[in-house]
Design a protein around this ligand. Structure first.
Ligand SMILES: [Zn+2]
Length: 151
């Protein structure tokens, strides 16, 4: 009685690999990943709140500059210089926060894929201590160092 299968020879209805298993598995348990996920969500909303507020202020200031409002034009070059510096500094902060936001989005995707806590470079599990310090870390410390050394 071994004739139970009448599948066509091309095997189109047979899947060679189960699709639900990711190639690399997260080294963290479900509750652990969940707590990281909650942390990332909280961090994301805190950051996006900051970015909006700071962008607002920086943009308002540059609009004021562009409007050529003579009454508020700084007279001394030194003042102008410090104004520019301050604005650059503010925009620099936004850039960093947007980078962090991007990293958080990536981390959330890895949680969805079940590869959270796995190094994107060498596919080894990232130590728990590192993930606790930087929950959106995509690389293990070794790969991060390598990246920074080369960049
Ligand atoms: Zn690595």
């Amino acid at each position: 009685m071994k004739k139970e299968s009448k599948k066509p020879a091309n095997g189109k209805d047979r899947k060679p690999e189960p699709a639900e298993k990711p190639a690399v598995k997260s080294p963290f348990s479900k509750p652990e990943v969940e707590s990281f996920r909650l942390w990332l969500i909280a961090r994301r909303s805190a950051l996006s709140g900051n970015v909006t507020k700071m962008e607002d202020e920086a943009l308002r200031r540059s609009r004021q500059d562009a409007s050529g409002d003579l009454s508020s034009m700084p007279i001394h070059m030194a003042d102008m210089g410090s104004d520019t510096f301050e604005q650059d500094f503010t925009l620099g902060l936004i850039e960093n926060e947007e980078q962090e936001l991007g990293a958080i989005e990536d981390a959330m995707e890895r949680i969805e894929e079940g590869t959270f806590g796995v190094c994107e470079e060498c596919s080894k599990p990232i130590p728990k201590e590192r993930m606790k310090a930087i929950p959106h870390a995509a690389l293990c410390l070794e790969c991060k160092k390598k990246e920074e050394g080369e960049g």
